[in-house]
Design a binder for this molecule. Sequence first.
Ligand code: GLY
Ligand code: MN
Length: 461
Amino acid sequence: MFNKEVYIARRQKLKRQLGKGLLLFLGNEESSMNYKDNWYHFRQDSNFLYFFGLDKAGLAAVIDIEADKDMVFGRELTLDEIVWMGPQSSIIDQAAQVGIEDVRPPAALAGVLSAARSSGLPIHFLPPYRPENIQKLSELLGLSLAAIKGQASVAFIKAVVEQRSIKSAEEIVQIEEAVNITAAMHLAAIKGARDGMTEAQLAGELPGIAIGAGGNLSFPTILTVNGQVLHNHYSNTVMKEGQLALCDAGAENKMHYAGDMTRTFPVGRRFTGIQKEMYEIVLSAQEAAIAALRPGILFRDVHLLAAEKLVEGLKALGVMKGDVKEAVAAGAHTMVFQCGLGHMMGLDVHDMEDLGEPYVGYTEELKKSTEFGLKSLRLGRALEPGFVVTIEPGLYFIPELMDLRKSEKKFFEFINYDKLEGFRGFGGIRIEEDMLITETGSKLLGKPLIKRVEEIEAARS
Ligand code: GLY
Ligand code: MN
């Protein structure tokens, strides 16, 4: 937890931004896996963490702007719960640590909301993503389940996005800790891969590092020799010498700030010649993208710059042809780079994705494209100092996409299909770093982790 002044200041700013009404926050509940009391690992809602810092299930909070009152709703443990779970510090004591004296029982929430409704005050809430919170909102506000998402407050969403997008110095310290834990996970994967091991055996080593550091995974690990499948988690597939393993994994630290990195490395000791050439193309696209980062530049343009670098590299290998800029403008790069260059990162690995990409990644003036490729770019808008973003270009050879585009007779002026054919079964390469946008450019977060071919081969030997 940060000092209570941090949470008080965040809530005060929110009050100034919204000006009027009640702000309702629902924390997360425990979530059952296969019977009621067998729970998934608990994860608090990130907006709740950001403004209230309380990392417990079953809480709610209200900010009454006019009355300048911040309330938390929660109950103390019953004796039965203490028998099974042990004593825990009281909600009253925990709330005091984040600057809140007004703690009420959960049943009092409905009364506070109905009093506000009777006085004609707007009740703002954020878009819920868990079914139990959709149901709670429906009951508390007298709205149908179907109506809830559409009634989320755009003004509230925009105010939260405005605050959470700019990471403070104390948040950067937390994110760097998460990135360093993440880097340790990657080093273990790079060093631990062996011919004959399954993807799952290697992936299974990573949660121990994240949990051992006091946190957890920030998202389910992607570790696969089928890296062309963008979110292929891991399976019992046996990894073999000659293949590339792609590991996209991250930790969140004790305070729930995320890291998210990707490395691609040979299952054997060395990259093959062509693997090395492809890897260098991705690395140079990443370096060009990182060099372009600065306040004011559209992230969409950094994405397109990375796409140009990928095309340039593939052109040198004879896989692509024609004018590079025209190829990217026509979308020909999406044959091998189907996703976005990166996303915001903070308390969520895809930061604030619950609040909606139109608000987090785009603006009124810059809407997200619906074209294949750009429609998967989560962030397009102009960068600002304090943004934390991932830079994760890649090359993905997807046989089904190659077949489809060829049958559609698409991109014949930019793609040498005969050459491309040779990469059926090649897999995928992605390299990902976490970057802070500064006043003048950008800064790599965390201690640098090996990524050059020679460095990776040295670690593999
Ligand atoms: N690390 C997974 C992703 O960014 O989608
Ligand atoms: Mn990522």
